[in-house]
Design a protein around this ligand. Structure first.
Ligand code: GLN
Length: 292
């Protein structure tokens, strides 16, 4: 890597960094260098543009150099920045949880609609495998009168989710439980259950890009099997942990709709779906069939 042995201005860095990341085949090279620069200078992107000629101090250059090296090694940008934006929140991020994805924001926006339409009925919401806490926290922020329970098998991600709840000022309406949903169930019943479980099959997991394989926690991404383990388990336990008219919302992989809907229909659930912006059936909406 080129050493910083001259005066470097903001625009010099943007130009150099864009080309450097481009050559390293890093996604969105210009945006990447700009966001790293913003973090180092502690500013918004817009002020990069109004300070093109501003020279960087030595310690800023040193810090930036470290960040550039990490991104060139394929560490996800959000882990380097230590934060990300999700729905209506800013969340702290570290490698004890996956980086929240846009598909999950879509699921949260559907949860938001379901809650709005059933505002008198939905009092208790469960988020299974909360990770950074993104799902529960963004909804808790919007609905301060609902109780949210966030569970995770990994105590480190639960710790991160708790910090994020405090950071977003919603800790008073949240419970955190360290629990393995494959072997255990929470004691309460819920009016809405949401989960983005580890749904990548063992086979597909191994083909993923280095950002994911080398940095994000494996147990949050794959069941080490056919990708359907959690849906099978959910179809066994949702009858027990859901109140009579409760809903559930699940994120699924691009090719899982048929399998997942079959799993739930066999257990007497009604299934619907929402497509993402690529036309993929991405979110499952379910309810118990009320014929009893
Ligand atoms: N609920 C978190 C998210 O959607 C974590 C999901 C997971 O670890 N599989 O980002």
């Amino acid at each position: 890597m080129k050493t910083f042995d001259k005066t470097w201005t903001v625009i010099d860095i943007i130009r150099w960094g864009t080309e450097y990341f481009q050559n390293k085949q890093i996604d969105s090279p210009r945006l990447t260098i700009e966001l790293l620069l913003c973090e180092v200078l502690n500013c918004e992107r817009i002020s990069l543009y109004t300070n093109f000629e501003k020279p960087l101090k030595d310690e800023e250059l040193q810090k930036l150099k470290e960040f550039i090296k990490r991104r060139a090694n394929r560490e996800p940008l959000q882990f380097i920045l230590g934060k990300t934006k999700f729905f209506n929140t800013e969340l702290k991020i570290n490698n004890s949880a996956i980086v929240p994805r846009p598909e999950t924001e879509l699921m949260v926006s559907i949860a938001d609609e379901i809650i709005q339409q059933n505002i008198d009925k939905i009092k208790d919401v469960l988020d299974i495998g909360t990770g950074s806490g993104c799902i529960a926290i963004s909804l808790a922020k919007k609905y301060p009168n609902i109780n949210f329970t966030a569970i995770d098998i990994n105590p480190n991600s639960l710790q991160l989710a708790k910090e994020n709840a405090i950071y977003n000022d919603v800790e008073n309406s949240m419970n955190f439980l360290n629990l393995d949903i494959l072997t255990n169930v929470p004691d309460e019943k819920y009016d809405l259950v949401i989960s983005n479980p580890p749904y990548i099959s063992k086979q597909e997991y191994e083909q993923l890009e280095p950002e994911i394989l080398n940095y994000e926690p494996k147990e949050a991404l794959t069941d080490n099997s056919d990708g359907l383990t959690f849906y099978r388990r959910f179809s066994d336990i949702f009858g027990v942990i859901m109140t009579p008219n409760a809903f559930f919302l699940l994120e699924i992989a691009y090719n899982q709709f048929e399998d997942v809907s079959k799993i739930f229909k066999e257990k007497g659930f009604e299934i619907n779906y929402v497509q993402d912006w690529s036309g993929i059936k991405r979110i499952i909406i379910g309810q118990k069939q009320n014929r009893y």
